[in-house]
Design a protein around this ligand. Structure first.
Ligand code: NI
Ligand code: MN
Length: 226
């Protein structure tokens, strides 16, 4: 399985030959200025919540690629109002099976206002259940005991967790999240982009190591084999 990091909380994973793009925020991210969004392919675009730093490039990429947007009912129908024809409106606790696997929406403790001030419904995390590797993307969230439910839904091979603190979990809480989710491998996202969320990378890696966990921090633009 390949994992491509596009900065902030934006990444793409190829699952069963389908390209899943998560939370595209690239053109507004100075750290990702080397990435040309017209080069990104997507069959599906999953949006964890309505905040600008998760949806900014979704409309442009969906319109160019014809990708299906998967998001909360409120976020998905907001994009439908912008002329996106293929979308899957979901909500917390629900699951749906697509041609690449099943998406289960789980709780995230955060907020979810869309860029124009519209309500984005519940913020969510996603479990991607498939026959290659199941993984969990937490979205923007606090550490929450609800994460203990996740291993009941699927055995998680790796988790993509925010580690930048201030707006989401920080590295210490992300360690506890990995333990609740029962995975040893974590890819850290949602750090360094703004002044509020700058972190010491080595400190984070060492903290995970001390807890017998692996923290992977791919470079922006890097594709890794996971
Ligand atoms: Ni957010
Ligand atoms: Mn965010």
């Amino acid at each position: 399985m390949t994992f491509s990091f596009y900065g902030h909380a934006c990444f793409a994973v190829e699952v069963n030959g389908k390209k899943l793009l998560f939370d595209p925020f690239i053109t507004g991210n100075e750290l990702a200025s080397a990435i040309d969004i017209s080069s990104i392919e997507a069959d599906y675009i999953l949006l964890s919540h309505g905040h600008m730093d998760h949806v900014a490039d979704a409309e442009a990429i969906a319109k160019r690629t014809g990708a299906t947007i998967i998001a909360s009912y409120e976020v998905a129908t907001w994009f439908a109002g912008k002329g996106i024809e293929k979308y899957q409106p979901m909500n917390t606790g629900g699951k749906w099976t697509f041609d690449f696997g099943t998406v289960k929406c789980v709780n995230a403790i955060h907020s979810s206002t869309l860029p124009d001030g519209s309500g984005g419904g519940n913020p969510m995390g996603f479990i991607i259940i498939n026959d290659e590797q199941n993984f969990y993307y937490a979205g923007d969230t606090a550490l929450t005991l609800d994460m203990q439910l996740i291993p009941m839904f699927a055995e998680i091979e790796f988790a993509v967790l925010p580690i930048g603190d201030n707006f989401t979990m920080g590295m210490e809480d992300a360690v506890q999240a990995a333990k609740m989710v029962q995975t040893k491998r974590v890819i850290g996202v949602h750090y360094d982009t703004f002044g509020f969320i700058k972190i010491d990378h080595q400190k984070a890696i060492d903290l995970f190591k001390k807890n017998e966990l692996e923290l992977i921090l791919p470079a922006i633009g890097e594709t890794i084999e996971i």
